[in-house]
Design a protein around this ligand. Structure first.
Ligand code: SAH
Ligand code: SF4
Ligand code: F3S
Length: 463
């Protein structure tokens, strides 16, 4: 079978990364091997995100660039997957006439069949079926689909929360949880292939299993933790309205569970939280933060925030800044509100002008930068346990340039990125050591990462 080349361009969240890995794995059975660029590929898939207008525009801009390529090489097959595909469906075929395949968010398993059809008939295919229950939303074990010390594992799909600004429930469908046996089986296979850390993915992991009567999320964590050879467990995302005492206590109880929670708050104003349909108050959120820190003092808390939601006043924004000052998040992702198709907030009047959104975003990010830096500085001098992931991709400023040695990268249990150097060239701390836990003394704090030196590296034997 002649080798065919596949290039996947992934935009969006970790769930899209996971889906792209599955697509690559499924297409390998048709003889597709990875291409280094779209120019070298016979099949290009753009896996899209629709969470904000900008992400959607990015998808169409990438598709636009593929048009010329397809003109030069008419045999090229172009596919669009993910959330914009689900949202726009057939319209993509009109807007981008060079597209051959449009598959929605629940059609990943059926992609190989569609590719075979297009290869044979040179036709165009659209598959937008959203039918949870008709088929298992997951196939076990993508272990063959890639390697890595740290991997994502989707444990549930869809969302039932309908926050008023959000497109996700409309493009990902209703919430469906995957059976614990299948999750544990997949993680066991990943660990056998070298994975040491998994991040369990869901839009709201706190409600894992409730609809289907499976085990609770804390019980799932305990079962995953029993997988031999797995060193660390993380998860994302947790909805503040469903954060249980049991889950909080898991941080103290389950040794492999990293002390980090991503707990998106979205706004510090009760008025806006209500309009956003978040179904918790600022006070409830702050109480969660207090309890989390009480149960697990070293826990790192990160969050998402939206600025410029329709009707947001200066006073609402002051509440947001006040909450950020109060909580001192370890990290914060802040976004300018963007109208989304199907999301009810798009129909609200009192839109905030873009210059004000920008101003607020800037003020919020500046505040958070000072908090993040302060927290990073506080770690200087401490010894942190880092899971060595691999050689660091980029030089991190002047401090790195002082070192001629190889830079490694990894994360603290609290998810802070640490680059560390080991003298003596690339073999000193060879690839065999990726996936090991290293004690690193933190020497320097940067804005978004830390620098350190290993305390005691088990060096590979000489010769
Ligand atoms: N399920 C996760 C988040 C999914 S989307 C949760 O509930 O937290 C990731 C983030 O994008 C959200 O937390 C929110 O901050 C942001 N977001 C979602 N829709 C948005 C919109 N219309 N405009 C701006 N930001 C948005
Ligand atoms: Fe969107 Fe809300 Fe669901 Fe998160 S919980 S995916 S923000 S609707
Ligand atoms: Fe984007 Fe879809 Fe994820 S909208 S954030 S890729 S669920």
């Amino acid at each position: 079978m002649p080798s065919k080349r596949l290039y996947i361009h992934t935009i969006g969240c970790q769930m899209n990364v996971y889906d792209s890995e599955h697509m690559a794995m499924n297409l390998a059975s048709l003889g597709y091997t990875p291409a280094l660029s779209p120019e070298d590929a016979d099949l290009v898939i753009v896996n899209t995100c629709s969470v904000r207008d900008k992400a959607e525009q990015k998808a169409f801009s990438i598709l636009g660039r593929l048009e010329g390529l397809k003109r030069r090489r008419p045999g090229l097959i172009v596919g669009v997957a993910g959330c914009v595909a689900q949202q726009e469906g057939e319209r993509i075929l009109t807007r981008a006439p060079h597209v051959d395949i449009v598959i929605g968010t629940q059609a990943v398993q059926r992609l190989p069949a569609h590719v075979l059809k297009v290869e044979a008939e040179r036709c165009r295919v659209v598959d937008l079926e959203l039918t949870p229950g008709l088929e298992s939303p997951h196939e076990p074990s993508p272990a063959a689909g890639g390697r890595g010390v740290s991997r994502f594992v989707t444990i549930m799909r869809g969302c039932d929360n309908f926050c008023s600004y959000c497109v996700v429930p409309h493009v990902r469908g209703r919430e469906v949880s995957r059976p614990p046996e299948s999750i544990v089986q997949e993680i066991t296979a990943l660990v056998a292939a070298g994975t040491r850390e998994v991040t369990l993915l869901g839009q709201n992991v706190n409600s894992y299993g409730t609809k289907e009567g499976l085990c609770s999320f804390p019980e799932l964590l305990a079962r995953v933790s029993a997988v031999d050879g797995l060193l660390r467990i993380r998860f994302t995302t947790s909805h503040p309205k469903d954060l249980t005492r049991d889950l909080m206590e898991s941080f103290a109880r389950i040794q492999k569970l990293c002390p980090h929670i991503h707990l998106p708050v979205q706004s510090g104003s009760n008025r806006l939280l209500e309009r956003m349909n978040r179904r918790y108050t600022r006070e409830h959120y702050l109480d969660n933060v207090f309890k989390l820190r009480d149960t697990c003092p070293e826990i790192a808390i990160t969050s998402d925030m939206i600025v410029g939601f329709p009707g947001e006043t200066d006073a609402d924004f002051v509440d947001t800044l006040d909450l950020v000052r109060n909580v001192e998040f370890d990290g914060l992702f802040a976004f300018m509100y963007s109208d989304r198709p199907h999301a009810p907030a798009a129909r609200l009047s009192e839109k905030v002008p873009v210059h004000l959104k920008r101003e607020r975003l800037h003020a919020l990010l500046q505040l958070q930068e000072s908090v993040t830096y302060k927290k990073n500085v506080a770690l200087v001098g401490s010894v942190q346990e880092i899971l060595a992931e691999g050689v660091s991709k980029k030089q991190t400023g002047g401090f790195a340039a002082e070192r001629s040695a190889v830079q490694w990268t990894g994360r603290t249990p609290g998810n802070k990125i640490v680059n560390f150097h080991v003298g003596g060239g690339p073999d000193t701390f060879g690839t065999a050591s990726a996936g090991t836990l290293v004690q690193v003394r933190i020497e320097k704090a940067l804005a978004h990462s830390l620098w350190g030196a290993p305390e005691n590296v088990d060096r590979p034997p000489e010769g």
